[in-house]
Write a protein that binds this ligand. Structure first.
Ligand code: PLP
Length: 386
């Protein structure tokens, strides 16, 4: 009864933007979340790839609690110990050459900043993005988003869209005014789409040859998700800018832009900014997340568990393909999988669809173990029988 009342309240008072799973989740621990009446759900969605270290990891709770009692917030007009340590930790685990970070609050903001910085650096105005991409909901990020259904309202005109994975398609769109190419190394919303390794290398070459800034939107792919700390390392191609968000502070709101020296140098005081970006509280969670990632070797775990899922799930009924890297996987079925996702929830787990209705996305916390995968497999089989 209480659950019903709470659902009605949200529907009544919150803007009608998300089609919600009818669950009132009030607690989380590790790989599981609990609804208001105590039902337990195995989380293979990770709150949209955010619960990277699992729900309420004790070390995150401890670090955030300690910071809460010390200083919740002060802006970037002063220095702060939590921010200083987090920035250093982040740069330390970043691929070679990335020496500066700009902190903001979300993936969309990080992409906005990245594209503005690329335009300033090159003195050019056009951006090439990919069909099927998703980069966020602010005007610039949405203008770079290549899924038609989201592209509503007035958008920026200086964006062109290439076929993801097709190097000739990108080439045909380059002009003298191309500032940047932006892409998710693995397209998530489009249904976990990857390109061949050589594609990323060719993109790199083209950008280097023509002075174009290569931006990897690693909002979903970074921090161990693909089996490496960054997807750039997985594909062995270094972009010029990397954007981050989602799971890098284990659920506290954050966005970040990683920059190389030559680009970072072109930004001066007042050109970028964010009141909440780099807040002491969020930075405590970021630093603790990095510590956990490294200590518990979560990238490696993601790689091993991803392989295990691929092997274990390949014989499921009606499955066409399992693709992706690490714990960013797409299970493609012969037909619409919406009913399967509903049945998964009825059987005690959470997974997500994608823009391609035949594809179920798995984005579990990176702490997943074989026992969780085996449990999810059983739930999935039951769902499929239904
Ligand atoms: C790849 C990618 N980029 C950017 C975003 C936007 O992030 P945010 O919702 O934090 O603005 C998302 C969100 O789903 C995303 O998946």
């Amino acid at each position: 009864m209480k659950a019903k009342i709470l659902m009605q309240k949200e529907d009544m008072y919150q803007l009608n933007t998300y089609r919600k799973i009818p669950l009132v989740i009030t607690k989380g621990k590790g790989m599981f979340v609990y609804d208001i009446i105590g039902n337990k759900y195995l989380d293979f969605y990770g709150g949209h790839a955010v619960a990277s270290t699992g729900h309420c990891h004790p070390k995150i709770v401890k670090a955030v609690e300690a910071q809460l009692n010390k200083l919740i917030f002060y802006s970037n007009v002063v220095y702060n110990d939590s921010r200083a340590e987090a920035a250093q930790s982040l740069i330390n685990i970043s691929p070679k050459g990335f020496i500066k970070v700009f902190f903001c609050n979300s993936g969309a903001e990080a992409n906005e900043a990245a594209m503005r910085i690329a335009k300033k650096f090159t003195g050019k105005n056009e951006i090439i993005a990919m069909k099927g991409s998703f980069h966020g909901r602010t005007t610039g990020a949405l203008s770079a988003t290549g899924i038609e259904k989201y592209r509503t309202g007035e958008l920026l005109q200086s964006f062109k869209f290439a076929e993801f994975g097709d190097i000739n398609s990108v080439k045909s769109l380059i002009t003298e005014d191309t500032a940047a190419i932006i892409l998710e190394p693995i397209q998530s919303m489009a249904g976990i789409r990857l390109a061949k390794k050589v594609y990323y290398k060719r993109l790199r070459d083209i950008c280097t040859e023509q002075g174009i800034v290569l931006i990897f939107d690693e909002v979903q792919t970074a921090f161990g998700r693909t089996g490496e700390m960054f997807a750039a390392q997985k594909f062995e191609v270094m972009p010029d800018i990397i954007t981050l968000a989602k799971g890098i502070a284990s659920g506290l709101p954050i966005g970040a832009v990683l920059l190389k020296d030559k680009i970072a140098k072109t930004i001066s005081y007042g050109e970028q900014g964010s009141t909440f970006g780099g807040s002491p509280l969020v930075c405590a969670a970021l630093r603790s997340t990095i510590e956990i990632m490294v200590k518990e070797n979560l990238a490696k775990n993601a790689e091993i568990m991803g392989k295990y899922i691929k092997k274990r799930f390949s014989n499921l009924k009606n499955i066409k393909e399992i693709r992706g890297e690490g714990l960013m996987l797409g299970l493609e079925f012969e037909s619409d999988a919406s009913k399967i996702v509903e049945a998964i929830t009825e059987n005690g787990a959470i997974a997500s669809l994608s823009e391609s209705k035949n594809v179920i996305r798995l984005l579990p916390p990176l702490i997943a173990k074989k026992e969780h995968i085996d449990k999810f497999y059983k739930i999935m089989r039951k769902a499929l029988e239904k």
